[in-house]
Design a binder for this molecule. Sequence first.
Ligand code: ADP
Ligand code: MG
Length: 300
Amino acid sequence: MESILSIKNLHKRYGFVHAVNGISLEIKKGNVYGILGPNGSGKSTTLGIVLNVVNKTSGEFTWFDGSQSTHEAIKKVGAIIERPNFYPYMTAAENLSLVCKIKGIPKTKVAEKLEIVGLTERRNSKFRTFSLGMKQRLAIASALLNDPEILILDEPTNGLDPQGIHQIREIIRLIASTGTTILLASHLLDEVEKVCSHVLVLKKGQMLYSGTVSDMVRSEGFFELAANDLVELERKLRLHPYFKSVDSAQDKLVFTTSTTIAAADLNQYLASENIFVSHLAFKKPSLEEQFLTLTKTANL
Ligand code: ADP
Ligand code: MG
């Protein structure tokens, strides 16, 4: 797959603050990448560095296999890293036409991009009458005018109401479905889970996880069990051929196996050992729980 951006061992220090601490990331064409981390974890600094608005302290990043200078490469990037800013007394279409004029893009793109972000009907409304969500959608349309190879968004749904959040996420999915590579920064787990194929989890500038969202979500899962005699239940679970661990959680036991087994098979095994469970459920930790586990165990 074609490389869009390659980041290797990037560092940024602001005095004593190590804002970006050894980040590496390979961005391949057609995927949707999320940089996920709490506020202050170095997301915006990382985006600023690759967009040449923040100077790195050390490390490397290369656009498009290094075939062009960063200056040239960034012309093929659509980025929104600040609050959208347009002329308040000009209409949506006029604002985008002006961007076309400045960047030497054919004006025919205006209608096409307004359609993608669902602003066709409001194309002749003045920018100052727009809601925050509409302003953000107009900013996305503007970033798409030059048909960029990659769209970069920093916290694209910040400050929006639930409907505005939903609209922006749908638009991101739509843009991704046309093959545009996307890199977005977010402190929201469900946002990354909903729109991204790949994720880089950051905490205090350090990488805690890098890989596909599905690999992060895919985990073995565990059984939750209860019975009248928990001691006997635990003893039998320890004798199970695929026993891995058993822990007590309040009035239940949490049982993990070394390989995936069906709940019905576990139930049958226990019944054959004269244990009749009052509760048996298979559970998978959510991305949120995994994220919390990751950030906890890393102990940064
Ligand atoms: P995020 O986008 O994940 O919220 P940032 O990249 O904005 O995180 O910030 C990472 C760290 O760097 C924070 O501790 C922040 O206070 C610090 N920082 C960011 N920009 C500057 C700056 N211009 N000067 C000093 N410290 C900064
Ligand atoms: Mg930020």
